[in-house]
Ligand binder design. Sequence first.
Ligand code: PGA
Length: 249
Amino acid sequence: MRKPIIVGNWKMNKTPSEALEFMKGIEEVLTGEEAADYGVGAPYVDLDVCVKNAKNLIIAAENCNEKDSGAYTGEVSVPMLKEVGITYCIIGHSERRTYYNETNEHCALKAKRLLADNIIPILCIGETEAEYDAGKTADVIKTQLAGSLAGLEACEVAKMVIAYEPIWAIGTGKSATKEIAEDCCKLVRDTVKALYDEETGEAVRVQYGGSVKPDNIREYMACEDIDGALIGGASLKVDSFKEIIDATK
Ligand code: PGA
């Protein structure tokens, strides 16, 4: 049985004091008895305050570097995240792929390094609107998965979270229908089965992301192959994140 996992992605939002305010507001509604895991991905400078104030909320970094240390100005390594107490890390988000040239190869190295320190990667994949219109969605999903999971063992992949996020649905309000989301999340699972084995595909948790809101999360969560959501805009306000928790716990 896969435990659902719902993670907010704050992107480049919230100062540490704003992060603290959010943590206080959300922690008071979580008991730890929920049927799902809940978490937030936060900017590096917010991570310490988030971890220190988290009781039941998972705190994820939004990126990491695959190397342990060295002359990489502005980068943050996995040992640094580990020492702060981070347990999950988003990798390969479409914004990082588009603006910072993050590739499938980087994702594979980052995932390997994170898993070596028991930090769960949340690997993001998804097609552009042009690729969707050209009927290339399935090819993009398969290529991104094969590249981003390269070098990983089945037992490592089984622990991961994979977020299918069609780029045309991110921040646009144009969420994928539950049928498209389910088909693509099933394809993610089937691709993991083809690359590894049945057991690994059944174990990996697959999220849908892209304009998920309190009023549409239930329909995604009712789908067989959707184990959760990665949520940008609707994770920024305590009230809307609370509504999402209420709709899914
Ligand atoms: P959105 O962002 O929920 O604002 O569409 C999703 C994401 O980028 O992870």
